[in-house]
Design a protein around this ligand. Structure first.
Ligand SMILES: Nc1nc2c(c(=O)[nH]1)N(C=O)[C@@H](CNc1ccc(C(=O)N[C@@H](CCC(=O)O)C(=O)O)cc1)CN2
Ligand SMILES: Nc1ncnc2c1ncn2[C@@H]1O[C@H](COP(=O)(O)OP(=O)(O)OP(=O)(O)O)[C@@H](O)[C@H]1O
Length: 183
């Protein structure tokens, strides 16, 4: 089994090539739209590098009366916080080239977490940036629906999950909705 660092490098390269060669959009699939209810908190993210862009998913959540949140991090070691955000609000520059809400925005508990990822497998195990930010957020919000957002080229045969890895309920790619056993 390839180690996680080597896999991350290979998958980031595949993702970046894919994005440059064929511009795609992630459209909201019907099973995602069916989850949205007024008053739910949906955590999205602002993409960096070649990450899949969840803007259309966030817009669909707003159109359904959901509240949007974005992750806020200060360092690799400290856990992320989900802060309330609206497209009219400004974004600050954060670490790792991130764009994130101002640190004193209201902290909220998400019902649905749209999560960026570096890789995923058929069991919907997720490979992230390696800081454990989302692993820890999933542990802190166990009732939240965990939905990965990715390009199809980010799927790999099998990831060897670590004991702390929590599988996703579903992944949305440019080809649509992939549901896990626990969705
Ligand atoms: N768009 C986005 N927002 C996010 C994440 C993410 O993966 N993507 N996070 C996920 O946890 C959290 C931020 N944590 C991060 C932890 C480490 C690195 C990191 O090591 N970045 C590499 C470059 C990665 C690349 O090119 O894709 C670096 O700085 O060397 C990035 C984000 C919360 N917000
Ligand atoms: N629930 C948790 N509580 C505390 N630490 C955790 C938890 N989950 C993961 N970690 C720590 O986070 C580190 C990184 O884990 P891993 O390599 O699986 O990250 P990742 O899933 O790729 O990245 P990320 O979640 O940041 O996108 C590990 O050293 C692990 O000990």
């Amino acid at each position: 089994m390839t180690d996680k660092q080597t896999l991350r490098a290979r998958l980031r390269a595949a993702r970046d090539t894919f994005v440059v060669e064929r511009p795609h959009a992630i459209a909201p699939p019907a099973p995602y739209l069916a989850l949205l209810r007024p008053g739910l908190v949906v955590a999205s993210y602002i993409p960096i590098g070649g990450e899949a862009d969840p803007t259309a998913l966030a817009t669909a959540a707003l159109d359904s009366g959901c509240t949007l949140a974005l992750p806020h991090v200060v360092s690799r070691a400290q856990p992320l916080r989900f802060l309330e955000w609206h497209p009219d609000h400004p974004l600050d520059d954060g670490p790792f080239g991130l764009r994130q809400p101002h640190h004193d925005r209201r902290e909220v508990a998400p019902d649905i977490i749209l999560t960026p990822l570096v890789g995923f497998d058929a069991g919907l195990n997720r490979l992230g940036q390696g800081a454990g930010h989302y692993d820890r957020a999933f542990a802190a919000h166990p009732a939240a629906r965990r939905i990965g957002v990715a390009w199809s080229v980010q799927q790999i045969a099998a990831l060897a999950p670590d004991p702390w890895d929590v599988p996703l309920h579903a992944v949305i790619t440019e080809n649509g909705w992939i549901e896990g056993k626990t969705a």
